[in-house]
Design a protein around this ligand. Sequence first.
Ligand SMILES: [Zn+2]
Length: 139
Amino acid sequence: MRSKRLTSTQRRYLNGQIGKNLKGELARRVYERMMQLARNRNVGLIEEKLIPDAALMHYRGRYYIIINPNQPIRLKVFSMGHELGHYVLKHLDKEEAVRLGPACLIRLEMNASRFAGKLARLLGRKLSREVSYRSRGRE
Ligand SMILES: [Zn+2]
């Protein structure tokens, strides 16, 4: 199924967070590497078209990232990075955050997004040489 197009607000936001250069083949590779990072930490990955973007869930002793597969690839990179951020930064106790109030919840969300941006840019730099080398090889 074809991905939906990004709205201009989403595009501006993603350009600010993950940069303009992360797209196409490079974005797909960054996404794959993020999925690998999740699997290496025994985080289960579930694709579900009924959720808006993505979520981190704890179920029977295991963590899962549930992600809508029908998002544009740049949004998938960001969503996956964001949920990985919640996991890595140990934002796992949502009830505690709710108890501490909205400012705390917003800070958790912003930190997860910042993590997503940093991880995407880092992986983008790491993988871009590989991708440009390969695409040159195909010509
Ligand atoms: Zn979040």
